[in-house]
Write a protein that binds this ligand. Sequence first.
Ligand code: SAH
Ligand code: SF4
Ligand code: F3S
Length: 453
Amino acid sequence: MNTVNKKYNIVTFGCQMNKADSERMAGILDTMGFEWVAEPEKADLVLYNTCTIRDNAEQKVYSYLGRQAKRKHQKPDLTLVVAGCVAQQEGEQLLRRVPELDLVMGPQHANRLEDLLQQVFDGNQVVATEPVHIFEDITKPRRDSKVTAWVNIIYGCNERCSYCVVPNVRGVEQSRTPEAIKGEMAELARQGYTEITLLGQNIDAYGRDLPGTTPEGRHQHTLTDLLYYVHDIPGIERIRFATSHPRYFTERLIKACYDLPKVCEHFHIPFQSGDNEILKAMKRGYTHEKYRRIIAKIREYMPDAAISADAIVGFPGETEAQFENTLKLVDDIGFDILNTAAYSPRPGTPAALWDNQLSEAVKSDRLQRINHLVSIKAAERSARYQDRIETVLVEDQNPKNLTQVMGRTRGNRLTFFPGDIEELRGKIVPVKITEVRPFSLTGEVVIPVFNNG
Ligand code: SAH
Ligand code: SF4
Ligand code: F3S
């Protein structure tokens, strides 16, 4: 197939894993000779990288697809691809629902895009959803940012949280080797990247599937060991990781974050519910007391650490009192950011089949109430930055005010300040915070004053 002058667009839904996969798939299309175009309506190849974590995420995909399917009737050489988690969940059924599709490919097949497209250009309609060993990524991702980058360290998830589709659609855990991860990070440093976020659905599971145990009998390759192993790459100034699971979170890891200067004091540890009965029904494997102990331990080492999390309200059978236990946890911990969602029954998950589902009215009422508390607490957390000097890694221009640049503090708070992006992109700058809002800050650069006296 001649790809010269052919244009592509990728629309990405869902989490950071999907964003990372999209960047790799864009890199493959670039290598094949396709050219990126910003509007899907102008593209010869449109790829939807989809999410099915909640029903509304899935429905969004169908409405976008419908539009492109129509366009294909005017433009028969349009190539339509559905990748990601809806593709994995629906497989061939997607072809029946949208016969205009050329390729349906699960997340484990992202690195095989060129191969799969070749089959399409040979005249086939292709479905690639069988479980595979994920190829070590040898492509060059087309990354959105020139400053911060994601690096997958473990794919898949072996947990069985009773509400969650991820294990069904992302498959079993597959850790990359420490050498491959370090290699990718060194290459990123060479390209000028400053910040790396290590990614995994359950990042604390890193290394469980790799061979080797220590004399004490623990796995040789853990997230903690990996942090020490990759820490000293010159040029990389900041390291983050997500998502942490309270079931496996260790004091060793907290200590490593404390010891290692490049690892930011920012922890994303979803708790899902503040009620022990609900946590049990969710099969999360910890109590709210254990969760509180983890946060207390983090704050013992790093009193100012930023804590973010996810929570679900309206899980099947959740009583008003159990919901209030979640509110209480939110109130007690004081999260910097909390992502909340109303429970959504998902195909192929145990909780979807239970007969104690709550009404939409109850769920949305609880969602509103928790969100109200979340913004009050976030405002309280932001207030501590007032008049402080924070180091901000500049990522981009403020799209709403071009005289300002924006970046993040080590605690991951979005921060705006006056400055020239050409001069500041990728720099770490001391900024005095002059204005605080619940989820962002504004400040001004501090000119270092050298006092010879
Ligand atoms: N691996 C991460 C979360 C991955 S999914 C973890 O274990 O925490 C991201 C978030 O979506 C979850 O933290 C959860 O809060 C939410 N979520 C997952 N399934 C959901 C469902 N069926 N309904 C509502 N929210 C859900
Ligand atoms: Fe889903 Fe649980 Fe795995 Fe997170 S740990 S991805 S919530 S099954
Ligand atoms: Fe969605 Fe798949 Fe991520 S279901 S949240 S894109 S793992």
